[in-house]
Design a protein. Structure first.
Length: 127
């Protein structure tokens, strides 16, 4: 097998893997949502992440005010940064079951394509 045949074969296989992963992710999302819309779920998780945002902002503000230097601009920047991290962590935590369903669907489809690819390369002869 020359380089171009190998490249085409691997490119096609990679494309199959990506497409099957995306299709599995979509099916996992639809299985979790059960026909409902994603927007209400995300807005509810954003409202639930307020506590994590406040905790992250507080930690950032406290970290910005050191005993030796009391710079309010630095404390404000660290507070905003901590709030953003807290918000992201809170939303991720609230949507963990959705992410689990999406990843599970994607991995299931990718595993199926990998098995098919392996059987193409290593045919089993039962005779």
């Amino acid at each position: 097998m020359n380089f171009w045949d190998w490249k085409k074969s691997n490119t096609d296989y990679g494309r199959k893997l990506v497409n099957s992963g995306l299709k599995g992710a979509r099916s996992g999302r639809e299985a979790f949502l059960g026909g409902r819309s994603l927007a209400p779920l995300l807005s509810e998780s954003a409202r639930s992440a307020v506590a994590a945002t406040a905790i992250g902002a507080s930690i950032g503000l406290l970290g910005g005010f050191s005993a030796y230097q009391r710079k309010s601009s630095r404390a404000l920047a660290l507070g905003v940064f901590g709030g953003a991290i807290g918000f992201g962590a809170g939303v991720a935590w609230e949507n963990r079951r959705l992410v689990e369903s999406i990843v599970s669907g994607a991995l299931k489809n990718i595993g199926r394509v990998r098995d098919e690819h392996w059987l193409e390369k290593n045919p089993i002869d039962y005779a």
